[in-house]
Every structure is written in C-alpha cells, then in structure tokens.
Design a protein around this ligand. Structure first.
Ligand SMILES: Nc1ncnc2c1ncn2[C@@H]1O[C@H](COP(=O)(O)OP(=O)(O)OP(=O)(O)O)[C@@H](O)[C@H]1O
Ligand SMILES: [Mg+2]
Length: 241
C-alpha cells in the first residue's frame, strides 16, 4: 500500500542579503509504501534535512506535490491547511531530529510518557512503556526522574528517540537520529525500526551511520548539489553583495 508519492518536489530559499534564491533540492520524485524504509543520502548542505522538513511541513516546498495516504484519505502535504497538518503530526506523522527540546522541570519519564497520556492511555501503562523504551535505549535508571535539560548530548538523544517512537505512526521521518548515540542505543534503534517496519510504518531517514540500518533498507535516494549553487558558493563577488 502506497503511503507517500512525491512528484517534482523542489525547495528554494530566498536569501535576502544576497538578494537571490538558492536551491535546496529540485525535481525529486519517489514513492514510499507501508513497511518500506527509504534512505536519503548526499553531501552536507545538499538538502536532506530540508526535504524532511518540507514533508513534515516545517517548510513549504516551492513546487511539486507530496501525496500522502492518511487515515482520512489522500492529501497533498505541500498544500494541506496548517490545522490539518497539525492533526496529522499529532496522529500519524512523526519527525525525529538529533536534538531534544527539553522543557524545564519535566523529567525524562514524563517527557517520554506524555504522547501516550495525550492519546488517553492510563498513567500506569504510559509510564511502564516509557520505562521499557528508556531501558532499551540504555538511559541510566538514575536519570529517569531527572530533568533532561542537563543531560549529555547522547542521553538527550535517547530521550528524544524514546519520546518519538513510543506512539504509533504511519510515516516516520528521521533526521540523523543516531549522530551521538553509543553502540547499544544504535542497536536498540535498529530493533525498534525493524519492529516498526513489520507493523507497516513507512520510514524515511538520513543516517549518520547508514551501515547500522543497511539490512532494513528497501530503497535509497541520493541528493546531489546543483552546479548553479556551487557557482554561487565559490564566487566571492556574489557573496560580498
Ligand atoms: N531556513 C533556511 N533559509 C535559508 N537557507 C536554508 C535554510 N535551511 C536550509 N538552508 C540551506 O539549504 C541547503 C540545504 O540545507 P540542509 O540543512 O537541508 O542540508 P543537509 O543535506 O541536511 O546537510 P547536512 O548533511 O549538513 O545536515 C543549505 O545550503 C542551507 O544553507
Ligand atoms: Mg541535515
């Protein structure tokens, strides 16, 4: 079953102080089905994060469409009303970056169990599942009731992943979720992603260590820099404008 069909998808940014546009990615076409895992690769600055952000609608793409098969029917993520996008984010599309946004005086366990509480699960069930996930990612039990604002980068990433993966999704977007994880946590993530695949979740991600998920991949797209952007980057006359 098809989950996502991306057609002629492009994103350009207007850089005001250069008074010109730069292209993040152009003319992308791909499909993603339920239970499939698509790797997005390419050099730094080629537009990988921007592509995921456009699909999650943190940015609007400049042109093209992203037809997404939601539980309510097919919608175009490129032009969907903000309020409908907010509902999809809440119910079926997840986005995990390498950064946690810790909130003051909210413990790791509270942060991880919160999505389940919002779905109406009991506090006991939510806490039990949160503990299981934090344990599987190897967060020290001493820290479960501590505030993640002071956690190390890797510890924050474990909380971030547990919070994101604890609730069900139809489409999961991952932007370098393993960048600062230790070996055990990377192995746990592999197990979780394998399980999500068998449950039919469509997964699309950028990976710092793509070899970690090699055996789970069904497809990959490699983004490449457009020559016109390279010219801009290397032309000092344009940059000092
Ligand atoms: N909000 C923005 N405004 C202007 N330009 C932006 C914005 N976000 C990204 N860009 C530019 O778009 C291009 C692609 O950025 P992006 O972050 O998507 O790259 P990436 O492939 O994820 O790189 P990396 O591997 O370093 O994470 C870059 O040249 C970047 O400077
Ligand atoms: Mg990136």
């Amino acid at each position: 079953m098809n989950v996502l069909s991306v057609k002629n998808y492009s994103k350009r940014f207007f850089i005001h102080h250069l008074a010109r546009e730069i292209s993040a990615f152009a003319n992308l076409n791909f499909n993603l089905s339920a239970g499939q895992f698509l790797l997005v690769s390419g050099a730094n600055g080629v537009g990988k994060s921007t592509l995921l952000r456009c699909l999650y609608r943190s940015y609007r793409p400049t042109c093209g469409e992203a037809l997404y098969h939601s539980q309510y029917g097919v919608v175009d993520l490129a032009s969907l009303a903000d309020v409908d996008m907010a509902l999809l984010r809440k119910q079926e599309i997840g986005f995990v970056t390498q950064f946690l946004r810790p909130r003051p005086r909210i413990t790791a366990l509270q942060l991880v169990s919160e999505p389940l509480l919002l779905q109406g699960l009991s506090a006991e069930v939510a806490q039990e599942r949160a503990e299981r996930l934090l344990d599987s990612f190897g967060l020290k039990t001493d820290l479960w009731h501590a505030y993640p604002t002071t956690f190390s980068g890797g510890e924050q990433q474990k909380v971030n992943l547990a919070r994101a993966l604890i609730r069900p999704h139809r489409l999961l977007l991952l932007d370098e979720p393993t960048a600062s994880l230790d070996v055990q946590a990377r192995a746990s993530l592999h197990r979780e992603l394998a399980r999500l695949k068998t449950e039919g979740v469509a997964i699309m991600g950028v990976f710092h260590h793509p070899e970690d998920v090699q055996d789970l991949l069904d497809n990959s797209i490699e983004l490449v820099l457009e020559s016109v952007d390279r010219e801009v980057e290397h032309d000092p006359n344009l940059l000092v404008k």
